[in-house]
Write a protein that binds this ligand. Structure first.
Ligand code: ARG
Length: 420
């Protein structure tokens, strides 16, 4: 093969799968020295050491494997939890959140290695390409972003042939019939039979959650303690964030909780049927949302809800590093100072229900709410309150007296004697 002109180093986000493995020799053929970067964001199945040797076998000059789980949680997952971020009201953004993390790590590694470019294995059809590239360009516009899979134009067969000719092992085991992506915040399942929204997702689509019908007959209760909007303990036991999310994934998943089946509006213009399993994410978000109902004011909750939608859209659409995202996160952080306390949540056959909560910073005042002894609510004050609260409507109707036709009259005369 003709050797291309030397271009310098490229840092490739490397999963160890066929596409990114083929990208190593392909980028090399373009004149790059390929440094691979494999990131641990809590994906289930991957053997990271094996991936490293695979990278060297395919021709990488250096192979990094970095454990980014804590950074991922602190920088992306907890901010999203604070914002109860779900795209289109449903999808907790597990895949979307890892993309700015990948971009950040790619740029970090490229700067460290003095690379001229970074590369990812996304196709030209998804939104992961958009997220990674928009984020990389925002973080360091001098570093070029390459997308070999989008550019090479191989058919599946050509890709296999190219792999065989370049010391890249082609998969021998049966490949998943789905396109999968996972990390500690959840698992995304798409393509194949799922592309028809009429098809029920087959059993083999799921890996983290039990079929609710087959979940244990016993309910499980957990108590989750939050500090400033972030979970810090389960059943009174303080623990690190990785372990906490893992326990929530397992507990809720075993009970069949955390499945999502939706048609989602993609940034790239079409609708896509998506299945997700996010037992821990959905459980923590439900608990967090409930805790906010006793710790935040009515006004704050209302405005926060609006900004939560914006937050989720920006995370979905690749605008993580935008100025608006920074401002919205500052708002969220400010609200979360009050979100402290413990939530009790019960899991049972696909359900996860909050059935108790308490908080030192609660603004729920039992003495005001009670209908029993100890009531401090001044009922006599309601008289004046109602007068003033209702005054604008009363005033308007006095001017527009034509409105004062009571529709009951028309209803009753239409029915005639049957009305009585
Ligand atoms: N639709 C989701 C998103 O865009 C999931 C993407 C998952 N990626 C994958 N390669 N399967 O955030």
């Amino acid at each position: 093969m003709m050797t291309a002109e030397k271009k310098g180093k490229v840092v490739l986000a490397y999963s160890g799968g066929l596409d990114t493995s083929v990208a190593i020799p392909w980028l090399h053929d373009q004149g790059y020295d390929v440094v691979t970067l494999t990131m641990n964001v809590g994906q289930q199945a991957d053997n990271l050491e094996e991936i490293k040797s695979k990278a060297y076998a395919a021709g990488a000059v250096k192979a990094y494997v970095v454990d980014l789980r804590e950074a991922f949680i602190d920088t992306f997952v907890w901010p999203s939890l604070k914002a109860n971020a779900v795209y289109q009201g449903v999808y907790p953004l597990n895949s979307a959140l890892s993309r700015p993390m990948i971009a950040q790590a790619l740029i970090w590694c490229a700067e460290k290695e003095g690379a001229v470019a970074v590369a990812h294995g996304c196709t030209g059809k998804g939104q992961d390409q958009v997220r990674i590239e928009v984020c990389c360009n925002a973080l360091n516009p001098d570093i070029e972003v390459l997308a070999p899979v989008r550019d090479w134009g191989f058919t599946r067969e050509e890709e296999m042939d190219y792999a065989e000719a370049h010391n890249v092992p082609v998969p021998t085991t049966r490949q998943s019939p789905y396109s999968l992506d996972d990390n500690l915040w959840g698992r995304s399942i798409e393509c194949g039979i799922l592309e028809d929204p009429w098809n029920e997702p087959p059993k083999d689509a799921y890996a983290l959650t039990a079929d609710p019908k087959e979940a244990p007959d016993e309910e499980v209760t957990v108590e989750i303690t939050f500090e400033a909007g972030v979970p810090v303990a389960i059943n009174g036991q303080k623990m690190g964030s990785i372990e906490l999310i893992d326990i929530m994934n397992k507990t809720a998943g075993k009970a069949g909780y955390g499945r999502i089946d939706m048609v989602e509006d993609r940034l790239v213009g079409f609708k896509s049927r998506e299945v997700y399993e996010c037992p821990g994410a959905l459980a923590l978000m439900e608990a967090h949302k409930k805790l906010e109902t006793i710790t935040l004011s009515k006004d704050t909750l209302k405005t926060k809800k609006e900004l939560e939608v914006r937050f989720a859209e920006m995370a979905y659409e690749g605008y993580w590093f935008s100025p608006l995202m920074e401002a919205v996160q500052a708002f969220m952080d400010s609200t979360q100072k009050a979100v402290n306390g413990t939530v009790r949540m019960k899991f049972y056959k696909g359900n996860g229900i909050v059935n108790g909560m308490k908080s030192e910073s609660s603004v729920y005042n039992k003495a005001l709410a009670t209908y029993s002894a100890g009531d401090i609510f001044d009922q006599s004050a309601s008289v004046g309150f109602i007068k003033i609260w209702g005054m604008p409507i009363k005033t308007w109707r006095q001017t527009h007296s034509e409105k004062n036709v009571n529709p009951i009259d028309a209803f009753i005369s239409a029915k005639g004697k049957d009305a009585f």
